[in-house]
Design a protein around this ligand. Structure first.
Ligand SMILES: [Zn+2]
Length: 146
């Protein structure tokens, strides 16, 4: 998982000019700084290997825009921490922990219905969100238990 994550990051760095056209500026800037060790990788129950294979199949025929979108989606899927808490809104998916690109806000968000919470309050889903780091996840979980 660490290896494939690093490979994806390498790919993004290599083609950053292309990614710049299709990915939000702050999001991309943060992704470029990512380091596999800073994240809990692969906490989703999704089959990531299957996902990866289906992406690579799709990518061979995809446009640059689709490739960039899928690659960023893959980063999200691998690196965003999945909690044990079921989404209270749709009850179909577990909430995941993300951060604003400036790291000033931590969100719980549902990939299924897009419901998003900050400090337990419902908020509008931000356009830009990045996976929360290990430290952010740890801090969040400690606070959530109190
Ligand atoms: Zn939901």
């Amino acid at each position: 998982m660490v290896l494939s994550f690093e490979l994806i990051l390498k790919f993004i760095r290599k083609y950053r000019k292309v990614f710049q056209r299709y990915v939000y500026e702050c999001t991309l800037k943060e992704i470029m700084k990512f380091n596999a060790n800073d994240f809990y990788l692969g906490t989703t129950e999704d089959n990531l290997v299957g996902l990866f294979l289906s992406y690579s199949k799709k990518l061979s025929k995809a446009s640059n825009k689709e490739i960039c979108g899928n690659v960023v989606h893959l980063i999200w899927n691998i690196a965003t921490f999945t909690t044990d808490y079921l989404c209270p809104s749709c009850q179909e998916s577990n909430l995941r922990i993300s951060s604003s690109t400036d790291h000033n806000h931590i969100y719980e968000t549902c990939d299924n219905c897009l419901t998003t919470f900050e400090n337990g309050e419902f908020v509008e889903r931000p356009d830009e969100m990045i996976p929360a780091t290990k430290k952010e996840v740890d801090d969040f979980l400690i606070n959530a238990k109190q």
